[in-house]
Write a protein that binds this ligand. Structure first.
Ligand code: K7E
Ligand code: CUA
Length: 653
């Protein structure tokens, strides 16, 4: 995200803005753009009607993705990804726990920043959405027809997978960049030896065209700066990807000051097609690496395997693979316009928005228009690659998205506004205040070849006075803005789950009819499946008791179980026999230390229960499934260790 200094400055700015905001509350029509007239109609989706768009908002430090409807701002679902989610049993049930394995062991949380929809020919294709785990470097793939996480791959040798997982125009790759340079590979060295020992890695994870399966293709070893954000090129710039970096000062302490010295840092322009060739020619080194690859199989059972080794390319062995574009000043976001020609940077501390030209970049490379090099990586001359600078845009430019009419929209963190400017003349055309301290912004299809350009979301870090206060922690928020006219128009505020770093959105029509309704019971391959009530049973194997249980409206089979003893471990394998849409059943048992199970129709989920007391304990369905849901209950009897109560259970006669 940002340096502490910027954060503090921004907080001060936000406090100032808070006062303005208070005024805005009193007189909304003067402070929220041209007024709210008609806004209610624009966002109102009548009961029973659908929204026109799905929006996928990162949950930031919640580790998940939240699915909203636009324009209503209604929350539909939280997709559990990197964090255990007791609401759904994600990361608790035996089938889902492998999804959270890493080389550090089981990691039940991460900080998720950038959802990225899969693309075909630089357009959203509605198949998958990817998101990065920032803390323990990972990338996840969610299937959009199930809205469920199908795969998570760890990124070895990386530290802070922030500039990730932005997809290339044909989803050839999802990318990753190390936010923090570290000793690579890791070793025990003094922190003061940063300049000699620390470096960064830019990773390319290949995505299988048919299955979506992710494979670590190669990594590029880069100088020890902080690599922040990324965007692959498109159209003419397809085959390239751009990564911002800051801390070219290579400071290790008080970065707020010490990493803000240089007038310019860099955008790394990576020619990944060239990298592919060099790797194919055997020019990459094999580095030691250990990383987890986790996936859900077709039976919705999670697996985790530990992989080793990584192909790492040294830029010196692959000339032309990477160039540095000088960029003012501690750049954060980097965004590529719909034509693929313009590369826009957000220099957090910069007074202008610099726009690089891809065609000029190619010319400058051909002419060797370099001003020097950094660890052998050529630095291009700023003036030679510059398309233009947006003057006086506001304070703290971070991220840019694009509409269908040649306009760009940049979020201004410190001055809490969005500025609209033209890609033709780089002149500011409009600005709108946002509440407050905006990070990313998102236009529907705004990172594609053809933005839809109807709505824009402002994704704000701080809300201050916008909502009813809720103690020390206030909601982060999104704001919906109409961008169809010359003037941006504020339509709606809605709170988000966690920090909404970035978002993606797609027309509802593109995915709504592909939504899976049930899993097929006939095809259920879970080893714990119980396909009919007649097969329901309880089996003891030594100190382990397996309960093969079914649920259907409105009972469990079996619903009375005896013969369990202290010292046993009980596995409840619950199969939901329903084959109707929208009829999950839940399962909870007294004293369960993990979570409930929430089992979709046709699915099997397993929860582990270790009884700790003698007695008779109820279990019940947690999901209100029918008129007789409250009757959906049962008992399990726990006897003392060594008791002679035999295993017993009931099934329908
Ligand atoms: Cu919040 Cu993309 Cu992590 Cu910018 S990032 S704000
Ligand atoms: Cu099943 Cu409630």
């Amino acid at each position: 995200m940002m340096s502490p200094r910027v954060t503090r400055v921004a907080l001060a700015a936000a406090l100032g803005a808070g006062l303005i905001g208070a005024v805005a509350c009193a007189k909304p029509s003067t402070k929220a753009g041209p007024g709210f007239s008609g806004a209610a109609e624009q966002v109102y989706v009548p009961p029973g009607k659908y929204d026109g768009y799905y929006a996928f908002l990162s949950g930031g430090f919640s580790g998940q993705i939240a699915v909203y409807g636009l324009p209503s701002g209604r929350l539909f679902r939280v997709i559990p990804i990197f964090s255990q989610d007791p609401e759904k049993g994600w990361g608790y049930s035996e089938q889902t726990r492998p999804m959270l394995m890493t080389s550090y062991g089981f990691i039940p949380w991460d900080d998720a920043h950038h959802p990225s929809l899969s693309k075909t020919d630089a357009m959203n294709d509605g198949r998958w959405i990817f998101i990065n785990g920032n803390n323990t470097p990972r990338i996840a793939r969610v299937d959009l027809s199930e809205m469920d996480t199908k795969e998570i791959i760890e990124i070895p040798n990386a530290a802070g997978n922030h500039g990730s997982p932005f997809v290339t125009q044909g989803t050839e790759y999802v990318v990753g960049a190390t936010r923090f340079s570290v000793p690579t590979p890791q070793k025990d060295v003094p922190i003061s030896s940063y300049k000699e020992n620390f470096s960064g890695l830019i990773s390319f994870v290949a995505v299988d065209k048919t299955s979506g399966k992710m494979t670590l293709a190669f990594q590029i070893h880069v100088p020890g700066y902080d690599y922040d954000l990324a965007r692959p090129g498109k159209g003419p710039s397809h085959g390239w990807a751009f990564f911002t970096s800051y801390n070219t000062e290579q400071a290790t302490n008080l970065l707020e000051r010490n990493a803000s010295q240089n007038d310019k840092d860099y955008i790394a322009a990576v020619n990944w097609k060239q990298a592919e060739e060099c790797v194919a020619q055997g020019k990459a080194d094999n580095w030691p690496a250990k990383y987890a690859h986790n996936w859900m199989d077709e039976a919705q059972i999670g697996h985790s395997e530990m992989l080793s080794g990584a192909k790492v390319l040294e830029p010196a062995k692959c000339p032309g693979v990477i160039y540095y574009l000088p960029t003012p000043k501690s750049p954060h976001g980097v965004d590529v316009d719909p034509t693929g020609e313009y590369i826009v940077a957000g220099g957090k501390l910069a007074a202008v928005i610099p726009v690089h030209s891809f065609s000029k970049l190619q010319k400058a490379i051909a002419n060797k228009d370099f001003t020097g090099d950094a660890n052998g990586i050529p630095i291009l001359k700023y003036e030679s690659i510059l398309a233009g600078e947006v003057q006086k845009p506001g304070l703290g430019p971070l991220h840019t998205e694009f509409d269908a009419n040649g306009n760009a929209y940049t979020s201004m963190f410190i001055s809490s506004e969005i500025v609209k400017w033209s890609l033709k003349d780089f002149q500011v055309k409009d600005r709108i205040p946002v509440y407050y301290s905006i990070g990313h912004l998102m236009i529907i299809g705004g990172d594609t070849r053809q933005p839809e350009g109807k709505y824009m979301l402002a994704l704000n870090k701080i809300t201050k006075d916008r909502y009813l206060p809720t103690g020390p922690e206030l909601a982060q928020a999104a704001q919906l803005i109409d961008i169809t006219g010359d003037k941006m128009k504020m339509l709606l505020d809605f709170p988000t789950i966690g920090e909404p770093h970035y978002a993606q959105a797609i027309a509802a029509a593109a995915i709504k009819d592909k939504q899976l309704r049930t899993y097929s019971l006939a095809e259920n391959k879970d080893p714990g499946v119980t396909r009919s009530e007649k097969e329901a049973r309880v089996e003891r194997k030594g100190k382990t008791v397996h309960v093969y249980m079914t649920s259907i409206r409105s009972h469990f089979v079996p619903d009375n179980i005896e013969g369990v003893q202290l010292g046993d471990t009980v596995y409840f394998h619950l199969t939901n026999l329903e084959q109707d849409w929208d009829v999950p059943h839940g399962f909870a048992v007294t004293g369960a230390r993990n979570s409930e199970l929430l089992v979709m129709p046709g699915q099997t989920r397993t929860v582990t229960w270790v009884p700790e007391r003698v007695g008779v304990f109820p279990f019940y369905c947690t999901d209100f499934c029918s008129a007789l849901h409250q009757e959906m209950q049962g008992y399990i009897r726990v006897s003392a260790a060594g008791s002679n109560v035999p295993i017993a259970f009931n099934t329908p006669k």
